[in-house]
Design a protein around this ligand. Structure first.
Ligand code: SAM
Length: 267
């Protein structure tokens, strides 16, 4: 049965209407669903966690391939449905819960757009990271995640995501691949957890946030608010060693350079 027919049938069975407040744009493209599953299959991970099973666009097919699946669904009605099907599901906000029990899993989700940037930041900071993630984003957020320095979309989200994950683009999806159609284009990204020399991800996030505090301001000024854990007198040395002028902005530094600067300034 096509994804579209599965959705129509389930919406009728459950007497459910999509809730805009919960970002319920249900996937109806068999092609996009297949690409998400194929991306998930590139991981040798048999344990899945899915945020927002919704009406089952992905879940119905994940069940055929994986035996160990955990679901997180904020919508009480949809939670009750999956519970009644005997699924292992919790009724929680994916941004508010304890992710430690999921560390050895692969996260797969057609994310509600409103939580996607925070979710990527939060999962990047986990002491025990997920094995990987295959996630649908609003295209513009996906562009920010993958942006390189000196480009318009580059910023805090790019640096944090690229520091902690190797990221690939899986596919694009248009409004017509969803019901109801969102106003924006979408893109699926694959994240593989990568080794990093950042021992304290939260401190790193604060550092990157400070560097980008005011995008158009020079790095030196932005960093002035940092606490005594950083020796700002060393900034000039680092800039010289790396052939940067004192007027350099954070957006001109690559992910590797920001990492190098962080370790150089840390006392
Ligand atoms: N996976 C389904 C699909 O692809 O058609 C539904 C995806 S829909 C874009 C997002 C799903 O996430 C909805 O089922 C929604 O109820 C759920 N959701 C929204 N906000 C959530 C949150 N903060 N935590 C967990 N689930 C959430």
């Amino acid at each position: 049965m096509s994804a579209y027919s599965r959705l129509e049938k389930r919406l009728q069975e459950l007497d459910h209407s999509a809730k805009k407040s919960l970002g319920q744009n249900f996937l109806i493209s068999d092609i996009v669903i297949e690409k998400i599953l194929a991306a998930a299959a590139t991981f040798e991970c048999q344990k899945i966690v899915e945020i927002g099973p919704g009406c089952g666009a992905l879940t119905d097919l994940l069940i055929d391939k994986y035996t160990d699946i955990k679901l997180i669904e904020l919508d009480r009605d949809l939670f009750n449905f999956w519970k009644s099907q005997g699924m292992d599901i919790i009724n929680q906000d994916a941004l508010q819960m304890d992710w430690r029990p999921y560390a050895d899993r692969l996260l797969v989700s057609n994310l509600p757009y409103q939580i996607s940037s925070s979710l990527v930041i939060e999962r990047s900071l986990d002491a025990q990271p997920l094995v990987g993630m295959v996630l649908m984003f609003q295209k513009e957020v996906a562009q920010r995640i993958r942006a390189t320095h000196q480009t318009e979309h580059y910023g805090m989200l790019s640096i944090i995501a690229q520091e902690f994950w190797d990221i690939q683009t899986v596919c694009d999806a248009g409004p017509r691949d969803f019901k109801p159609p969102p106003k924006v284009a979408s893109r699926v990204l694959l994240f593989k957890s990568r080794k990093t020399n950042i021992a304290d991800p939260k401190a790193y996030l604060s550092f990157v946030k400070a560097a980008f505090q005011q995008r158009r301001r020079i790095l030196k000024t932005n960093l002035q608010g940092l606490d005594a854990k950083y020796d700002l007198n060393r900034l000039i040395d680092w800039l010289k060693q790396n052939r940067k002028t004192e007027k350099v902005r954070a957006e001109e530094l690559s992910v590797i350079e920001i990492n190098s600067l962080y370790h150089f300034l840390k006392t």
